[in-house]
Design a protein around this ligand. Structure first.
Ligand code: ZN
Length: 441
């Protein structure tokens, strides 16, 4: 019996790579300097790359897809009814925090088998990441604890019951390790069904470490359920069925390459936005505050230099929102300060430097910009059509974050359908379905 389906895990890029950025820079038309509004997001581009033929093929499969979605949404109602029974399997797994996997679905035999596997996976060292592990420094351990406090506080506010993450389930790995696992450009990953997180140590930046770890931790803290499916007369596979809003369609073979993860890209966008909010809370923390201050100062120099060049306000807002960190920010800030007493000159130097590092892929950027923008677009539509029920996107985001961390779709589905109309929740599930293009991102 094959009990191990290929992992359905979230592997993340901590920053966009230089190659991606370069491909989209049209130097002849762009004003000089750093501009994160240029389309550099891998997903944003991939999604526009379908040929007419592929589009036609996608349309042909749409009827089939709609049927599958209908079945899955019928299941949502079933889930709510079953909710009272869901903790059962967990009580036999005392070593796994009861909050980690909220629900074990499937037939009775499947539940029994899975609860054992979940516990084993959670406790066991995982060598695929373990072989790249380097010893955590004291300051990394401190950051891990501090970030977890901030993240838990947010998750609780959204109604979640966050599972503690044991220190040994966090792997700090050597820079470049993900590339050897065929995940180039990735800085951190969350192995959802094993309850493991890996973060590459890069540039000795505490700030970037906190940033990448925080993002992965939100994946870990998202509502989780697992299920098993029979994929043959005696073959059973098991895997995550839910991670936050992300809902895997396991009906057939979980390893099937054409499987879909409804809301998958929305979960990614929600987690990214949560990470952004968490870092705003973290910047005052003594573990990273000096570096955060230097990053902020460099960013404000860049913004002022770009403003003097006449860059539009929305671009400046995007720099403010998307630019995270500069390698060796404290040293770089001091050097620029010493290089001139003129603020304008400092601003220009900062812009030149950041622009060059950005093209080399070395500026830490908020992940998944294109996905977040797609999500903000949805939120602004909801605000617009809500007849005053929502005043701003943040209020809508709260509802989505709540569903992501409690696992409860129903209040969200009702809210969305009462504003955007019947069937709109299913449409969102499909519009934000992860069909594989999100895998390496
Ligand atoms: Zn992610």
């Amino acid at each position: 019996m094959n009990l191990e389906a290929p992992a359905q895990d979230n592997l993340e890029e901590g920053q966009e790579t230089g190659q991606e950025a370069d491909r989209n820079v049209d130097a002849s038309r762009e004003p000089r300097g750093f501009d994160p509004t240029r389309p550099v997001d891998k997903k944003g581009r991939e999604r526009q790359r379908y040929s007419d033929e592929e589009l036609a093929e996608r349309n042909r499969t749409m009827a089939d897809l709609q049927r599958k979605i209908r079945e899955i949404f019928d299941r949502i109602d079933g889930e709510a009814a079953e909710a009272a029974q869901i903790e059962e399997g967990l009580k036999t797994s005392p070593a796994v925090p009861a909050e980690f996997i909220k629900r074990i679905a499937g037939d009775e035999r499947g539940k029994e088998i899975i609860s054992g596997i979940v516990q084993k996976n959670f406790n066991e060292r995982w060598e695929e990441w373990g072989q790249h592990e380097i010893q955590k420094t004291e300051s990394e351990k401190e950051i891990i604890k501090r970030v977890e406090d901030v993240v838990d506080e947010m998750v609780v506010r959204w109604g979640g019951n966050p599972a503690p993450l044991p220190m040994e389930n966090v792997y700090v790995i050597k820079e470049g390790s993900f590339a050897t696992m065929e995940w180039p450009g990735v800085r951190g990953g969350c192995q959802g069904r094993r309850g493991k997180i890996a973060v590459e140590r890069a540039n000795d930046s505490r700030y970037e470490f906190a940033n990448v770890f925080g993002h992965e931790l939100f994946h870990f803290k998202s509502y989780k359920s697992v299920t098993s499916v029979m994929v043959g007369p005696s073959e059973r596979k098991f895997g995550l069925y839910r991670s936050g809003l992300r809902m895997m369609d396991w009906k057939n073979d979980p390893a099937s390459p054409d499987k879909k993860e409804y809301f998958g890209l929305l979960e990614e966008a929600i987690v990214s936005e949560c990470g952004r909010i968490a870092m705003k809370k973290m910047v005052a923390d003594p573990s990273i505050s000096k570096e955060a201050h230097a990053n902020e100062r460099l960013k404000q120099w860049v913004i002022r230099a770009r403003r003097r060049q006449g860059a539009p306000e929305e671009m400046l807002a995007a720099i403010d929102r998307e630019m995270d960190s500069v390698p060796e920010a404290e040293r770089v800030m001091r050097e620029i300060e010493l290089s001139s007493h003129e603020e304008e000159e400092r601003e220009n130097r900062a812009l030149d430097l950041v622009d060059r590092l950005y093209k080399e892929g070395k500026i830490g950027m908020q992940p998944h910009r294109a996905l977040r923008e797609k999500m903000y677009g949805l939120f602004s539509r909801i605000v617009r059509e809500s007849n005053g029920r929502f005043r701003n996107q943040e209020e809508v985001f709260d509802q989505f974050a709540r569903a992501n961390f409690t696992g409860n779709y129903l209040p969200l589905a009702r809210m969305v359908e009462s504003i955007l109309g019947k069937g709109s929740f299913r449409k969102i599930a499909n519009d934000f379905a992860d069909e594989g293009e999100g895998k390496a991102a």
